[in-house]
Ligand binder design. Structure first.
Ligand code: ADP
Ligand code: MG
Length: 664
């Protein structure tokens, strides 16, 4: 039944490779590859009813002849429309065929975000809607067109028999949708109501499996890798640093080292605001692992961050004799093979990387410590998957996302929690200002002044589309313009998600090494980037971000001795004002929840490998509590159903969905 990708007609070698890189190996894997989001093409609105920033479907008639022109090297198609209630002006970039489409079809349905510019309604890059249905949007797989991904998902649904994995009694008790139907609806929903029910069912199962595993591992007495608390080693490590650890770092390090030295495997979450210095604590643990003869792995959510950790490791760990390696999706095949081999034979002691670390080829000879950084970016399954690469290694999770303690206890039920609640000394809070469009010139002057003083700056463009393509274009456009005009005397560089990993590495290492002054980027730099000489962070269209996310971005500056600034370019002040008033990540997260509703804190984006829902702990609070109670109930009983469920949970962890319950 599992159909290999090779057997699918018309699917070439290149695309198969691209799919495999995204974690899809057979047709059935598409069932797990759930859409990132959905476009609700059923939401037909009149312009007069649309609030600012609302995403809606509009039925429009062309008002006047469309225009087409080349601007900054890009084809710009523009036209005015009327829907009986109001007028709107629409722009398309680089879609030269739109002109003809418009002339031939003067009436159309479009979907997009309605905004206001100088008092007039505008829409940029809307999609043409052909059917008024709820449409899935999948994560971009580089090298595979979105349309093909959709078709393959459809094919997978038609050709795969989906079995039920929950007992009938549970399905009834919690009013859940059957699994087969839920998976179909999650891909191609008939209505938004059915979609919600489908997602609830799938999340329910994911959370239940996760929590069962959490409770089982907490109760298990299985022994893990013992990493000795080598006092001389610790001293050597600390002496090699140019600074002294803060009290909080010392305390948390000690908690980790004590855990690792005990025969029971460590399972610990380290929380700490941006800049609190989590990395060095993790590195010390990696060093001790090596001293005790164990391998360690550190998984980061982006290539950039993984490579940065690796660069730090070359400076901190290699001189102490630890053999390090970097493994990401972009690592060329021959190098990859070498790293696989090095891990298998124990030659490599500390490996850094992205979710490539949990891909099938990776086998460690003696993994004793598995660390994931910035954990909310990973699905729960991925984080556990790294731990499974060894024989119950010590697990350390590092997160900068502040979540209330009670929530953390449920979300990370299996983890003990340490908090680094102190920043390194001498940090001045980043001065945060909201900059209206009209002050843009002054902003660029300020940046030039900082550059003349030898400082560096980031300029971040928001993600507007789910497509990295469009985001990359937006960043490129801003880069082109700034490099030609306001910042022409500075060395300006560009980085975005569509660039090859070597290119990205080059740009970032140039920036880190001070060979460029200003870095224009998409949010790829959001997590973890560390360039202490950068003193200015500019966020374009700041209102498009959550406060917690802005706080993360702001955390990229103010890492050195110099005064640092964060400029939020936006017309909105009310919500953003909080950021100029406080630097406390926990407080900001709370405010964010109050203002935007809990769902938005983690954003809706997933990253990393395919598969697995990211249950959103805050949005799904109610469900979490229910499932938590249920998991406790199940682990304390031994009925046949309960035993089967525990097996399901263990299979889930390994990415398998074995049939345990018959369909009814
Ligand atoms: P985060 O917790 O956000 O991951 P990092 O680990 O990236 O923070 O650390 C931020 C910066 O602070 C790095 O440049 C690091 O070298 C520096 N740093 C960490 N600990 C200390 C310390 N105790 N004293 C001074 N600087 C420190
Ligand atoms: Mg970090």
């Amino acid at each position: 039944m599992p159909q290999a990708l090779r057997e699918i007609k018309g699917l070439g070698e290149k695309r198969i490779k691209a799919l495999e890189n995204a974690g899809i190996r057979e047709l059935a894997d598409f069932l797990d590859f759930l859409p990132l989001k959905y476009l609700d093409y059923t939401r037909l609105k009149r312009l007069s009813e649309c609030s600012e920033g609302e995403e809606a479907v509009l039925r429009l008639a062309l008002a006047g002849r469309p225009s087409q022109a080349r601007v900054n090297g890009r084809m710009l198609t523009r036209a005015s429309f009327f829907d009986g209630t109001d007028k709107i002006s629409i722009t398309w970039f680089n879609q030269p065929w739109m002109f003809k489409t418009l002339v031939n079809e003067p009436e159309l349905l479009v979907y997009g975000r309605v905004e206001t510019l100088r008092g007039a309604r505008v829409l940029s890059q809307p999609r043409i809607v052909s059917e008024m249905v709820v449409t899935p949007v999948y994560r971009t797989i580089q090298g595979v067109p979105a349309k093909l991904v959709r078709e393959l998902a459809e094919l997978a649904l038609d050709q795969t028999r989906v079995e039920e994995t929950l007992p009938a009694a549970l399905i009834e008790r919690f009013d859940l949708m059957g699994r087969a139907r839920a998976i179909r609806q999650a891909h191609f929903p008939d209505t938004t109501e059915l979609l919600e029910r489908a997602l609830r069912r799938l999340k329910f199962e994911d959370m239940l499996c996760f929590m069962l595993n959490a409770l089982m591992s907490k109760n298990s007495e299985a022994s893990g890798a013992v990493i000795r608390k080598n006092e001389a080693g610790i001293a050597r490590f600390l002496e090699s640093l140019p600074y002294e650890l803060t009290g909080a770092q010392k305390r948390v390090l000690d908690e980790i080292l004590t855990d690792m030295a005990s025969p029971k495997a460590m399972a610990r979450l380290v929380q700490g605001d941006v800049g609190s210095g989590k990395t060095i604590v993790a590195f010390c643990a990696m060093y001790l692992a090596a001293l005790s003869g164990w391998q360690s792995a550190l998984m980061a959510p982006t290539e950039i961050l993984a490579s940065q950790h690796y660069q730090t490791a070359l400076k901190v760990l290699e001189p102490l004799g630890v053999r390090c390696a970097l493994l990401t999706g972009g690592t060329p095949a021959p190098a990859k093979k070498q790293i696989y081999e090095g891990l298998r034979c124990g030659e490599i002691q500390a490996v850094f990387g992205t979710h490539a670390l949990i891909s099938k080829g990776v086998e460690h000879c003696d993994l004793g410590l598995a660390i994931t950084d910035e954990q909310h970016r990973f699905g729960v399954r991925q984080r556990t998957a790294l731990g499974l690469k060894g024989n119950s290694p010590n697990v350390l999770v590092m997160s900068a996302t502040p979540i209330p303690r009670t929530m953390a206890l449920i979300m990370y039920g299996d983890l003990d929690i340490s908090v680094i609640d102190e920043l390194p000394p001498g940090r001045k809070p980043v001065k945060t200002r909201i900059v209206p469009e009209s002050k843009r010139e002054a902003l660029y002057c300020f940046i030039m002044e900082e550059v003349r003083r030898g400082r560096q700056a980031y300029i971040v463009c928001p993600l507007v589309e789910e497509s990295e393509e469009t985001d990359a274009e937006n960043a490129t456009e801003l880069y082109d313009e700034l490099a030609r005009t306001a910042l022409k005397d500075a060395r300006v560089a560009l980085v975005h998600g569509k660039m090859k990993s070597e290119e990205k590495d080059k740009v970032l290492s140039d920036f880190a090494g001070g060979r460029t002054d200003v870095l224009v980027s998409t949010t790829v730099i959001e997590v973890g980037i560390n360039v202490p000489n950068a003193t200015v962070m500019v966020v374009e269209d700041a209102h498009r971000f959550g406060l917690a996310q802005l706080h993360q971005l702001r955390g990229r500056v103010g890492r050195g001795e110099e005064e640092a600034w964060c400029f939020l370019v936006s017309g909105e002040t009310q919500r953003l004002k909080i950021l100029s008033q406080t630097n406390d990540g926990f407080l900001i997260a709370e405010k964010d929840m109050e203002l935007r509703g809990p769902g938005d804190i983690f954003g809706t984006r997933q990253s990393g490998a395919a598969g697995g829902l990211n249950a959103d702990a805050l949005k799904d609070t109610e469900l979490l509590y229910q499932v938590h109670a249920l998991a406790k109930e199940i682990t304390s009983t031994h009925t046949p159903d309960a035993e089967k469920l525990k097996m399901t949970a263990q299979n889930w962890l390994r990415g398998k969905n074995e049939v345990v319950f018959s369909q009814n």
